[in-house]
Ligand binder design. Sequence first.
Ligand SMILES: Nc1ncnc2c1ncn2[C@@H]1O[C@H](COP(=O)(O)OP(=O)(O)O)[C@@H](O)[C@H]1O
Ligand SMILES: [Mg+2]
Length: 216
Amino acid sequence: MSPLFELRDVHFGYYGQPSCLNGVSFCLQTGERLGLVGANGAGKSTLLHLMVGLNKATSGSIVAFGREFQTEEDFKLLRRRIGLVFQDADDQLFCPTVAEDIAFGPLNLGYGKADAMKIVDEILDVLKLTALRDRVTHKLSGGQKRLVSLATVLAMRPEILLLDEPTNDLDEDTRERLIEILIGLPQTMLLVSHDRAFREAVTTRVISMKDGIVVS
Ligand SMILES: Nc1ncnc2c1ncn2[C@@H]1O[C@H](COP(=O)(O)OP(=O)(O)O)[C@@H](O)[C@H]1O
Ligand SMILES: [Mg+2]
Protein backbone atom coordinates (compact mmCIF):
# COMPACT_ATOMS: atom_id res chain seq x y z
CA MET A 1 0.00 0.00 0.00
CA SER A 2 1.41 3.45 -0.85
CA PRO A 3 2.10 5.69 2.15
CA LEU A 4 -0.44 8.33 3.15
CA PHE A 5 2.33 10.94 3.34
CA GLU A 6 5.88 10.75 2.05
CA LEU A 7 8.88 13.08 2.02
CA ARG A 8 11.59 12.27 -0.54
CA ASP A 9 15.03 13.81 -0.20
CA VAL A 10 13.72 17.13 1.10
CA HIS A 11 16.15 20.03 1.63
CA PHE A 12 15.46 23.32 3.41
CA GLY A 13 17.38 26.14 5.10
CA TYR A 14 16.17 29.39 6.68
CA TYR A 15 17.20 32.52 4.78
CA GLY A 16 20.83 33.43 5.44
CA GLN A 17 21.42 30.27 7.54
CA PRO A 18 23.08 26.94 6.83
CA SER A 19 20.71 24.29 5.54
CA CYS A 20 18.89 22.47 8.37
CA LEU A 21 17.08 19.73 6.39
CA ASN A 22 19.66 17.93 4.27
CA GLY A 23 17.72 15.25 2.45
CA VAL A 24 14.90 14.12 4.71
CA SER A 25 13.01 11.03 3.55
CA PHE A 26 10.34 9.11 5.43
CA CYS A 27 6.87 7.62 5.02
CA LEU A 28 3.80 7.95 7.17
CA GLN A 29 1.46 4.99 6.71
CA THR A 30 -2.31 5.19 7.11
CA GLY A 31 -3.34 4.63 10.72
CA GLU A 32 0.09 4.79 12.31
CA ARG A 33 1.10 7.15 15.12
CA LEU A 34 4.70 7.84 14.22
CA GLY A 35 7.03 9.38 16.83
CA LEU A 36 9.82 11.78 15.79
CA VAL A 37 12.76 12.42 18.11
CA GLY A 38 15.98 14.43 17.81
CA ALA A 39 18.09 16.91 19.77
CA ASN A 40 16.99 20.51 20.28
CA GLY A 41 17.60 22.36 17.03
CA ALA A 42 17.63 19.14 14.96
CA GLY A 43 14.92 20.56 12.69
CA LYS A 44 11.82 18.73 13.94
CA SER A 45 9.54 21.79 14.11
CA THR A 46 10.98 23.01 10.80
CA LEU A 47 10.02 19.67 9.28
CA LEU A 48 6.43 19.78 10.59
CA HIS A 49 6.04 23.33 9.28
CA LEU A 50 7.34 22.20 5.91
CA MET A 51 4.82 19.33 5.83
CA VAL A 52 1.95 21.84 5.86
CA GLY A 53 3.63 24.34 3.52
CA LEU A 54 4.64 26.95 6.13
CA ASN A 55 8.27 26.34 5.06
CA LYS A 56 8.94 25.76 1.40
CA ALA A 57 11.36 22.95 0.48
CA THR A 58 14.28 24.05 -1.70
CA SER A 59 14.36 20.59 -3.31
CA GLY A 60 12.85 17.15 -2.92
CA SER A 61 9.24 16.10 -3.06
CA ILE A 62 6.21 15.92 -0.81
CA VAL A 63 3.68 13.28 -1.80
CA ALA A 64 0.43 12.86 0.09
CA PHE A 65 -2.96 11.30 -0.55
CA GLY A 66 -1.62 9.91 -3.82
CA ARG A 67 -0.30 13.15 -5.37
CA GLU A 68 2.60 15.58 -5.20
CA PHE A 69 2.26 18.97 -3.45
CA GLN A 70 4.37 21.91 -4.66
CA THR A 71 2.64 25.26 -5.01
CA GLU A 72 0.94 27.41 -2.36
CA GLU A 73 -2.40 26.50 -3.99
CA ASP A 74 -1.53 22.81 -3.50
CA PHE A 75 -0.70 23.41 0.17
CA LYS A 76 -3.93 25.31 0.74
CA LEU A 77 -5.73 22.09 -0.22
CA LEU A 78 -3.34 19.99 1.83
CA ARG A 79 -3.98 22.09 4.97
CA ARG A 80 -7.63 21.03 4.84
CA ARG A 81 -6.53 17.43 5.28
CA ILE A 82 -3.54 17.71 7.61
CA GLY A 83 -3.60 19.68 10.85
CA LEU A 84 -0.62 20.95 12.85
CA VAL A 85 -0.80 21.51 16.60
CA PHE A 86 1.99 24.04 17.17
CA GLN A 87 4.64 23.70 19.87
CA ASP A 88 3.45 27.01 21.36
CA ALA A 89 -0.35 27.23 21.85
CA ASP A 90 -0.12 31.03 21.61
CA ASP A 91 0.77 30.56 17.91
CA GLN A 92 -2.51 28.71 17.43
CA LEU A 93 -5.05 30.65 19.49
CA PHE A 94 -5.92 34.20 18.55
CA CYS A 95 -9.67 34.66 19.10
CA PRO A 96 -11.25 36.20 22.23
CA THR A 97 -13.02 33.03 23.38
CA VAL A 98 -12.49 29.28 23.16
CA ALA A 99 -15.67 28.75 21.08
CA GLU A 100 -14.59 31.42 18.58
CA ASP A 101 -11.13 29.91 18.27
CA ILE A 102 -12.57 26.45 17.55
CA ALA A 103 -15.21 27.84 15.15
CA PHE A 104 -12.60 29.80 13.17
CA GLY A 105 -11.43 26.82 11.07
CA PRO A 106 -14.90 25.51 10.12
CA LEU A 107 -16.10 29.07 9.28
CA ASN A 108 -13.02 29.48 7.11
CA LEU A 109 -13.85 26.21 5.36
CA GLY A 110 -17.23 27.70 4.45
CA TYR A 111 -19.53 26.24 7.13
CA GLY A 112 -22.41 28.50 8.24
CA LYS A 113 -22.43 29.84 11.79
CA ALA A 114 -24.94 27.27 13.14
CA ASP A 115 -23.02 24.33 11.63
CA ALA A 116 -19.70 25.71 12.88
CA MET A 117 -21.14 26.00 16.40
CA LYS A 118 -22.41 22.43 16.17
CA ILE A 119 -18.86 21.30 15.36
CA VAL A 120 -17.54 23.39 18.27
CA ASP A 121 -19.91 21.65 20.70
CA GLU A 122 -19.14 18.20 19.30
CA ILE A 123 -15.38 18.68 19.62
CA LEU A 124 -15.67 20.17 23.12
CA ASP A 125 -17.74 17.15 24.12
CA VAL A 126 -15.27 14.62 22.65
CA LEU A 127 -12.37 16.34 24.45
CA LYS A 128 -14.44 16.84 27.64
CA LEU A 129 -13.79 20.58 27.46
CA THR A 130 -17.36 21.87 27.40
CA ALA A 131 -16.77 23.83 30.62
CA LEU A 132 -14.22 25.98 28.76
CA ARG A 133 -16.58 26.88 25.89
CA ASP A 134 -17.07 30.57 26.69
CA ARG A 135 -13.82 31.20 28.55
CA VAL A 136 -11.39 33.91 27.43
CA THR A 137 -8.65 32.00 25.62
CA HIS A 138 -5.65 34.01 26.77
CA LYS A 139 -6.60 33.51 30.42
CA LEU A 140 -6.49 29.70 30.22
CA SER A 141 -3.67 27.68 31.80
CA GLY A 142 -0.93 26.27 29.54
CA GLY A 143 -2.47 22.79 29.68
CA GLN A 144 -5.96 24.06 28.88
CA LYS A 145 -4.53 26.03 25.95
CA ARG A 146 -2.83 22.91 24.63
CA LEU A 147 -6.12 20.96 24.65
CA VAL A 148 -7.99 23.87 23.06
CA SER A 149 -5.27 24.03 20.37
CA LEU A 150 -5.93 20.38 19.62
CA ALA A 151 -9.67 21.16 19.49
CA THR A 152 -9.12 23.96 16.94
CA VAL A 153 -7.23 21.54 14.71
CA LEU A 154 -9.72 18.66 15.12
CA ALA A 155 -12.55 21.04 14.20
CA MET A 156 -11.12 21.07 10.66
CA ARG A 157 -11.61 17.26 10.59
CA PRO A 158 -8.10 16.51 9.32
CA GLU A 159 -7.03 13.04 8.18
CA ILE A 160 -3.50 13.52 9.52
CA LEU A 161 -2.52 15.21 12.79
CA LEU A 162 0.95 16.64 13.41
CA LEU A 163 1.74 17.39 17.07
CA ASP A 164 4.84 19.33 18.12
CA GLU A 165 5.96 18.46 21.67
CA PRO A 166 2.36 18.17 22.90
CA THR A 167 3.21 17.22 26.49
CA ASN A 168 5.53 20.17 27.18
CA ASP A 169 4.50 21.97 30.37
CA LEU A 170 1.48 19.75 30.98
CA ASP A 171 0.61 18.67 34.52
CA GLU A 172 0.29 14.93 35.12
CA ASP A 173 -3.53 14.84 34.87
CA THR A 174 -3.66 16.83 31.63
CA ARG A 175 -0.85 14.71 30.19
CA GLU A 176 -2.80 11.52 31.00
CA ARG A 177 -5.93 13.02 29.45
CA LEU A 178 -4.02 13.95 26.31
CA ILE A 179 -2.67 10.39 26.02
CA GLU A 180 -6.18 8.98 26.38
CA ILE A 181 -7.55 11.43 23.78
CA LEU A 182 -4.82 10.74 21.23
CA ILE A 183 -5.09 6.96 21.56
CA GLY A 184 -8.85 7.26 20.99
CA LEU A 185 -8.60 9.40 17.82
CA PRO A 186 -8.82 7.78 14.38
CA GLN A 187 -6.31 10.09 12.65
CA THR A 188 -2.89 9.09 11.34
CA MET A 189 -0.35 11.05 13.42
CA LEU A 190 3.20 12.31 13.51
CA LEU A 191 4.21 13.25 17.06
CA VAL A 192 7.38 15.10 17.97
CA SER A 193 8.14 14.34 21.61
CA HIS A 194 11.06 14.17 24.03
CA ASP A 195 8.77 12.44 26.52
CA ARG A 196 9.69 8.75 26.38
CA ALA A 197 6.77 7.46 28.45
CA PHE A 198 4.37 9.49 26.31
CA ARG A 199 5.90 8.03 23.14
CA GLU A 200 5.69 4.52 24.55
CA ALA A 201 2.02 5.03 25.39
CA VAL A 202 0.96 6.64 22.12
CA THR A 203 3.26 5.90 19.18
CA THR A 204 3.34 2.78 17.04
CA ARG A 205 6.85 3.45 15.60
CA VAL A 206 9.60 6.03 16.18
CA ILE A 207 12.06 7.71 13.78
CA SER A 208 14.83 10.16 14.66
CA MET A 209 16.53 13.15 13.08
CA LYS A 210 20.23 13.95 13.16
CA ASP A 211 22.34 16.27 11.00
CA GLY A 212 19.28 17.25 8.99
CA ILE A 213 18.22 13.76 7.95
CA VAL A 214 15.99 11.02 9.28
CA VAL A 215 18.34 8.31 10.50
CA SER A 216 15.94 5.54 11.48
N1 LIG B 1 12.07 30.99 11.98
C1 LIG B 1 13.36 30.66 11.99
N2 LIG B 1 14.29 31.46 11.38
C2 LIG B 1 15.58 31.11 11.35
N3 LIG B 1 16.10 29.99 11.92
C3 LIG B 1 15.22 29.17 12.55
C4 LIG B 1 13.83 29.47 12.62
N4 LIG B 1 13.22 28.46 13.29
C5 LIG B 1 14.19 27.59 13.62
N5 LIG B 1 15.40 28.02 13.18
C6 LIG B 1 16.68 27.30 13.32
O1 LIG B 1 16.57 26.09 12.58
C7 LIG B 1 17.16 25.01 13.28
C8 LIG B 1 16.12 23.93 13.56
O2 LIG B 1 15.16 24.44 14.48
P1 LIG B 1 13.84 23.67 14.90
O3 LIG B 1 13.20 23.12 13.68
O4 LIG B 1 13.04 24.58 15.74
O5 LIG B 1 14.45 22.46 15.76
P2 LIG B 1 13.73 21.47 16.79
O6 LIG B 1 12.26 21.63 16.64
O7 LIG B 1 14.23 20.11 16.39
O8 LIG B 1 14.23 21.85 18.15
C9 LIG B 1 17.77 25.61 14.55
O9 LIG B 1 19.12 25.88 14.30
C10 LIG B 1 16.97 26.88 14.75
O10 LIG B 1 17.73 27.84 15.43
MG1 LIG C 1 10.81 22.20 17.96
